[in-house]
Design a binder for this molecule. Structure first.
Ligand code: C6P
Length: 414
């Protein structure tokens, strides 16, 4: 077993930091400390270069042109599809659908698979720790179809109650859609077991991978999930692009999502036939530049090493948890046994927003509020939390600054 100290020494965090130009800037006269990584990570130079490289070197629409620029752009765009297929262990590139991000991926499934398969009286299971993106699309579907939304409860530590989940499953369960890692708490859910149990009940599964893909090894084949949604911007890639993975037989059977260019085979006023996978679900000109640059983000992760990043983040999580626990009046919300590098907390007599502003004054970026998980905040009887989330480029020294900054803020607010 490698000891923690050895991991810290072998991981060249200063070298990683040098790859992120934004980390050289100051905020309110202080060096930026960026702890809002669960909202979006910063981007390394190679991602920025890939973006500008497309616009300066081969900007063209894809799949349509026969000229050189169009061919280069198409090849680069499709390279990202291959890279994502490898990254998440999908069987085929046809199972990789480009979307705007996790939100669009979940909506795509709710609007297509959902409308085709959900009927009055059917049941859809989600969990109490879902992001609004994995609540609202199912709610809309349930309202339209007369189906029922059921919710797996959590305990005080922010862990799903697995036994309660098993009780919710039944012959009417048609879909189980749960978050892999909670954005508000950090909890890593036992999705493999959740999927197995859902399949035994005859249900289809969707995993919201927005917060897990940057931190955990994802293999959709091993997980055996039917759908998996992710956003590039949470794993060092650009905003506005992401992926919906779906098992081929499901994607083939589903009706189309949006109509337009690219998703068709032939159009006449009488009838339209649709394109093969994955293009069937990619209507219109996609986000070409950002999707191309997404591959550079995956290259960055491979080069630094996913396992190395994970161990570094685990070290930061452990260190920060100990530091923050020592602050009087501070309570950590979300203390599951398995967590990603997210710490949410509340402080006696201090509103999260005030804490966020006072930390920003010290150059420290954290997120405050309900984190788009209002039902979860209701469960904890709080309006929101302050959340610090760590990435490959964060350091223990920055966590020391956070702890000191919090002490300062708490004093000012008392
Ligand atoms: N969470 C956060 O600060 P999009 O916006 O489509 O890229 O991702 C939506 C989404 C879905 N599921 C989970 C678990 C998420 O964390 C998010 C995005 C951000 O926590 C913004 S609210």
């Amino acid at each position: 077993m490698i000891k923690e100290a050895q991991i810290r020494e072998s991981y060249e965090v200063e070298q990683v930091r040098r790859e992120f130009p934004i980390l050289r800037r100051e905020v309110k006269g202080k060096p930026l400390i960026y702890f809002d990584n669960a909202a979006t990570t910063q981007k390394p130079q190679q991602v920025i270069d890939a973006l500008t490289g497309y616009y300066t070197g081969y900007n063209a629409n894809i799949h349509r042109g026969i000229h050189t620029l169009a061919e280069e752009a198409t090849a680069a765009f499709e390279n990202t599809r291959d890279a994502v297929q490898r990254f998440i262990g999908a069987d085929s590139r046809e199972e990789i659908i480009f979307t705007r991000g996790t939100t669009e991926g979940i909506n795509l499934v709710a609007y297509t698979w959902g409308r085709q398969n959900i009927k009055a009286g059917d049941e859809i299971i989600i969990s109490a720790m879902e992001h609004h993106s994995n609540i609202v699309p199912w709610q809309v579907l349930c309202e339209e179809k007369g189906a029922k939304l059921k919710v797996i409860p959590v305990n005080e530590k922010g862990e799903l109650l697995f036994e309660e989940y098993i009780k919710l499953l039944g012959p009417r369960t048609k879909m189980v859609s749960v978050v892999h890692a909670s954005n508000a708490l950090g909890t890593i859910n036992p999705v493999r077991q959740i999927i197995d149990a859902a399949h035994k009940a005859g249900a289809v599964t969707l995993i919201d991978g927005a917060q897990s893909t940057a931190h955990l090894d994802i293999n959709v084949r091993d997980l055996d999930c039917d759908f998996f949604a992710l956003s590039a911007h949470k794993l060092y890639g650009p905003t506005g692009t992401g992926v919906l993975y779906g098992k081929k037989e499901l994607l083939e059977a589903m009706p189309v999502f949006q109509g337009g260019g690219e998703m068709i085979k032939e159009v006449s006023f009488e009838k339209t036939t649709y394109n093969q996978l994955p293009y069937k679900y990619e209507a219109g000109t996609p986000n070409i530049a950002d999707t191309i640059a997404f591959k550079a983000a995956l290259d960055f992760i491979y080069r630094i090493g996913k396992e190395q990043i994970r161990r570094h983040e685990e070290d930061l999580l452990g260190y920060a948890t100990a530091q923050l626990r020592a602050i009087r009046g501070l309570k950590i919300i979300g203390e599951a046994a398995e967590k990603t590098s997210v710490i949410s907390f509340v402080v006696d007599n201090a509103h999260p927003q005030d804490l966020g502003i006072l930390l920003d004054n010290q150059g420290i970026a954290v997120r405050t509020g309900h984190h788009c998980t209002q039902p979860l905040m209701d469960f904890f009887c709080i309006p929101g939390t302050t959340r610090a989330s760590f990435a490959a480029y964060n350091t223990r020294a920055e966590i020391d600054e956070l702890a000191a900054g919090l002490q300062k803020a708490i004093k000012l607010l008392s």
